[in-house]
Design a protein around this ligand. Sequence first.
Ligand code: KG4
Ligand code: ZN
Length: 347
Amino acid sequence: PKQLTVLGIESSCDDTAAAIVRHEVGSAPQILSQVVVGQADLHKDFGGVVPEIAARAHVEKLDYCVQDVMSLAGLSFSDLDAIAVTSGPGLIGGVISGVMCAKGIAVAAGLPLIGVNHLAGHALTPRLTDSLDFPYLMLLVSGGHCQFLIVRSENEFTRLGGTIDDAPGEAFDKIARILALPQPGGPNIEKCALSGDPARFRFPRPLLDRPGCDMSFSGLKTAVLRARDSVVADKGGLTKKDQADLSAGFQQAVTAVLIEKTRRALTVYLSENPSVPAFAVAGGVSANMEIRAALETVSAENGARFIAPPLALCTDNAAMIAWTGLERFRAGHEDDMTLAARPRWPL
Ligand code: KG4
Ligand code: ZN
């Protein structure tokens, strides 16, 4: 069929989300409706996402999210062509909640069911927002992920490298804790770094001396911790200026690593002679203006079009799942009632 309308469900981490995406061949895809219900409040006292609490909250919220997007779009289940759901990777209790909800609707409404890899969802988002052609280079950079992918089709991804330990967002969050700044760390460190001197502390740029696109951020975290401890030992505490200088130095180190690795990933990608070279980013860390501007510059230097989807679609959402399901369905993929929830599922 020329026009497809797909409901998407996402519940693999700490956001419960549903969305409806419609696409007619030859025109831009449309997000008819979407809702995201975050759980940050439920987990804030625990220093991380608690899987059992997350799963229960997903079970409570999913039905309402689905009901809301259906009524916001003014549709009933019979108007849909398929239902797509994140079937991994992620916290298994949450993934199971979403998959069971989707199976129930699929059976009741007689709709095709499509399991979607959450990372594929992030990786295909630039095609939802910018009608980008394959193949393009992608940097996924969030609290949980950090990897370079060449996206060749809705089903083929080549991983060029990624973090061998922490994701950068996780590092931003931990450094915020080390510096007694509020969570989420990313935006607060970025704000604090604005008034800082990045040259006061010289932090390491891990793995830059090694070939390839792999990255490491956990040593950087240790280096910031040591620098903080020596300032505290010297002066008995951290001033605002110390916080700002440490933040600026850390952010500059992360940016330097991402930039150099992006340059290498672009070289590999461009050696394949893509007809319209493009470099896209997604994930919460791509909201960082210093990082984003630096990525845009490397991209331009290498003659690639730079694409950064709106932030609400860069972080976890269900429109990317509906869209990826739609692309997979159009390409002939379909799952059945044996669709499994997978905690681990590399692309
Ligand atoms: O993509 P996302 O919402 O969730 C997943 O991790 O899957 O990303 C959240 C992460 C957090 O670690 C947060 O600190 C980081 O993205 N983040 C930022 C900024 N805004 C959010 N990191 C650096 N600078 C920012 N402005
Ligand atoms: Zn995600």
